[in-house]
Design a protein around this ligand. Structure first.
Ligand code: TYD
Length: 205
C-alpha cells in the first residue's frame, strides 16, 4: 500500500485538479486508501481567500490568508496520514512560494525566503511534489473560457509564477511532468513516480 503526503503543483491551466482527481480514482480502484484534498480549502478560511480574489486585500494580507488556511488544513492532513493513508493535495505550500513570492515583489525583500521563513517552522513537508509544467501562455489559453477567472491569471504574473516553480522544482522532492501531454499519459507518469518515490521513502523510515 502506498502511503505518504503528495502535493500537486502548477500554474493555472496546468491541469492539476483533473490529474490529481484521476490519480486518486485510479489508485482508489485498486484498493489504495486515498484522501484527496486541496487548497484553498472549503473551510471559511478558504472562503475568505476566495473573497480576497475579488476584494483585494493586498499581497501581504493575502499571503497570510493562504498560510492561515494551510495551518488549519494541516490538522486534517496529519490525521489522515496518522491512519496510514495516502494524502494527495491539489496545491500546498509551494503554491504560496510560487504565487505570493511573485505578488510580494517590491513589498518585502527576497519574498520567497520570507515566505519559507514564516512557513517552515510549522509546515509538514510533502514526501513528493508533482509539478505539472506548462508555459504561462499555454496555461492561460486552457482557461480562457472559464467563467470565474481570478486575479492571479494574467500573463505577466503567471510567467513569474512559472519561473518560481522552476526554481522550486530543483529540489529532489519534486518530479516534473510535461502537462502539455494527454491527461491519461500524465496520470500514468504520476503513478509511476509515486510508486518509485513513496516505496523508497518507506524503506528509509
Ligand atoms: P486553484 O487551484 O485554481 O483553485 P480552484 O480551482 O478551487 O479555484 O487556486 C486558486 C488560485 O489561488 C490560483 O490562481 C492559485 C492561487 N493560490 C495562491 O496564489 N497561493 C496559494 O498558496 C494557493 C493554495 C493558491
Amino acid at each position: 500500500m502506498l502511503k505518504g503526503f503528495v502535493t500537486f503543483e502548477g500554474i493555472d491551466g496546468s491541469g492539476k485538479s483533473t490529474v490529481s482527481r484521476l490519480v486518486a480514482e485510479s489508485l482508489g480502484k485498486r484498493g489504495e486508501k486515498v484522501f484527496l484534498t486541496g487548497e484553498p480549502t472549503h473551510s471559511w478560511l478558504g472562503d475568505a481567500i476566495r473573497r480576497a480574489y475579488h476584494d483585494d486585500v493586498g499581497p501581504l494580507a493575502e499571503s497570510f490568508l493562504f498560510l492561515a488556511d494551510r495551518a488549519a488544513h494541516l490538522e486534517e492532513i496529519r490525521a489522515h496520514l496518522a491512519r496510514g493513508e495516502l494524502v494527495l493535495c491539489d496545491r500546498y505550500a509551494d503554491s504560496t512560494y510560487a504565487y505570493q513570492a511573485a505578488r510580494l515583489e517590491g513589498v518585502v525583500e527576497e519574498p520567497m525566503a520570507f515566505l519559507k521563513g514564516v512557513s517552515e517552522p510549522w509546515l509538514l513537508p510533502p514526501d513528493l511534489t508533482i509539478l505539472l509544467r506548462i508555459s504561462a501562455e499555454a496555461g492561460l489559453a486552457r482557461i480562457a473560457d472559464r467563467p470565474n477567472r481570478v486575479r492571479f491569471e494574467d500573463l505577466s504574473l503567471l510567467t513569474k509564477v512559472a519561473a518560481n516553480y522552476d526554481v522550486l522544482a530543483k529540489s529532489k522532492r519534486y518530479i516534473v511532468v510535461d502537462a502539455a501531454k494527454a491527461k491519461a499519459a500524465v496520470v500514468v507518469d504520476v503513478i509511476a513516480a509515486m510508486e518509485k518515490r513513496l516505496a523508497f521513502a518507506h524503506r528509509h523510515r
